[in-house]
Design a protein around this ligand. Structure first.
Ligand code: HEM
Length: 474
């Protein structure tokens, strides 16, 4: 027995010594002059486990020790985390100085080499220009809003008298539900036949999974399946594009693919490859943010009856101004001031996007420190959402705070990013969520079944769904 205990003791001691040596070695490896303070954790793995397990608390603890600008090693890369609003703004405004998007390799491989996060400088400017012309206020008003309205009107049919999983209805990857993706497909490539639509959707979800995985190109990995799914998505989009080109003189479709294919409207003269990657970028960037915000708005409105009452009054007023079959129009959207405030407050309180990733193209000085070439910068914006100076009583759901126009105009939040990469789909996203809320609150009343768990990190989701009992409004 004593020998056994001694052996165990020796093993423990050796493990402790080895751990201490490995940790020290890793710290020394990164002890370059000029780097911000912080810890680098284990060789290769860094502090990824702690970051994923503790989430926001990991960030807060490191900030308490090292300040708002510290180094770490997370998600496979030496990283500087910035939690300081001023520095965050500086980083987002200075892409030209060599602080470019730093998204993981799997994402870049699968979304294509022309996707907007992979391109910089002049290429980024003209790709972004092409995208902005597709989602401009005029396009939303004349082309996209009528499509969104038709879609939401149908999607929100026959919910009364049933228990539904609102996450499934707004977000899940199940064939008939995915509201934001279906709506986005409708805007980007128009109406598709059932089998083509289903195949595009199921390949698209494999593509998304692939972008979130490690780039291991072996049979059966999510990455490999993501690459294969990309090939299929590209081949479907290429086929559609060729059909449209063949009927270019008669094609009067008003979806984004047709706009980009018709050369007189494709002012940026994108190549076929660029058009395909742009369509994939739009589908990818818009769907989860919109669906998660819609789900969380339903949750918060349920928990805050006064906000729900005022939101419903706003929509009843709009409903009263039009005939039952008239669509939501641009001037109706402009009247939805409280709805917009609810959407902002939902994005803030739920923190739909924790932050954005950048990397350095050469050694660069930020905040008095030198960030080496190739390091990642995590512009962690989450804590700004709970800053009590910017948002008094920050944990309260208070849409009214956004009605003070200054809060919006001051543009002091980063929920939609900032600088040259500020979300180009912001107004489109708000139009989609507002239209969803219009049909939801004017047609139905609902209550939660209760007991469903919500996760806020690393992404906002209800692991087992968010179930509500829905009744048609009298
Ligand atoms: C509530 C909804 C949305 C939220 C919270 C959101 C959030 C964001 C954020 C934080 C960024 C900055 C990323 C970065 O700096 O690296 C971004 C960029 C982007 N968003 Fe959105 N987004 C939303 C809706 C949409 C929609 C509907 C589209 C569809 C057109 C879209 C397309 C994009 C694109 C293409 C970029 C990259 C822009 C660039 O790199 O120049 N987003 N979004």
């Amino acid at each position: 027995m004593a020998v056994y205990l001694m052996a165990v003791g020796m093993i423990l001691l050796c493990s402790l010594c080895l751990s201490a040596v490995l940790l020290k070695w890793n710290e020394l490896k990164y002890r370059k002059k000029g780097l911000p303070p912080g810890t680098m954790g284990w060789p290769v793995f860094g502090e990824t486990t702690e970051f994923l397990r503790q989430g926001p608390n990991f960030m807060k603890n490191q900030r308490a020790r090292y300040g708002s600008f510290f180094k770490s090693h997370i998600l496979g890369c030496p990283t500087v985390v910035s939690m300081d609003p001023e520095i965050n703004r500086y980083i987002l405004m200075n892409e030209a100085k060599g602080i470019v998007p730093g998204y993981p390799q799997s994402m870049l491989d699968i979304l294509g080499r022309c996707n907007i996060a992979a391109v910089h400088g002049s290429t980024h400017r003209y790709m972004r220009g092409a995208l902005l012309s597709l989602v401009s206020p005029t396009m939303i008003k004349n082309q996209l809003l009528p499509k969104i309205d038709r879609f939401m009107r149908d999607h929100l049919c026959n919910w009364g008298g049933s228990v539904i999983d609102i996450q499934e209805q707004t977000k899940e990857a199940s064939p008939d539900y995915e509201m934001a993706l279906l709506s986005s497909l409708n805007q980007t490539i128009g109406f598709l036949s059932g089998s083509m639509r289903d195949s595009l959707k199921s390949e698209f979800f494999k593509l998304v999974l692939g972008t979130l995985s490690l780039p291991i190109d072996l049979p059966g990995t999510n990455y490999k399946q993501g690459l294969q799914a990309r090939k299929k998505v590209v081949s479907i989009l290429r086929k559609l594009m060729n059909e449209r080109k063949a009927s270019i003189d008669t094609d009067n479709r008003n979806d984004m693919l047709s706009y980009l294919t018709r050369s007189e409207e494709n002012r940026q003269k994108l190549t076929d490859e660029e058009i395909i990657d742009l369509i994939i970028t739009i589908l990818y960037s818009g769907y989860e943010t919109v669906s998660t915000t819609s789900m969380m708005a339903v949750k918060y409105l349920h928990d805050h009856p006064k906000a729900l009452r005022i939101l419903r009054e706003e929509h009843m007023e709009i409903k009263g101004r039009k005939r039952p079959d008239d669509p939501i129009e641009w001037n109706h959207l402009k009247l939805m001031r409280f709805t917009r405030a609810v959407i902002y407050e939902t994005s803030r309180l739920a923190t739909i996007v924790n932050g954005v990733l950048r990397k350095t193209t050469h050694d660069i000085e930020i905040n008095g420190f030198v960030i080496p070439r190739g390091w990642r910068i995590y512009v962690y914006t989450r804590e700004m959402n709970y800053n009590s100076y910017m948002y008094p009583d920050p944990l309260a759901f208070n849409p009214w705070r956004w009605l003070d126009k200054k809060a919006d105009l001051a543009n002091n939040n980063m929920m939609f990013g900032g600088g040259s990469r500020l979300c180009p789909g912001k107004e489109l996203g708000i139009a989609e969520i507002s239209t969803f809320l219009h049909y939801f609150v004017t047609r139905y009343r609902w209550e939660e079944i209760g007991g469903d768990k919500l996760m806020k990190f690393p992404r906002v989701e209800a692991p087992h769904g968010l179930h509500i009992r829905v009744e048609s409004s009298p």
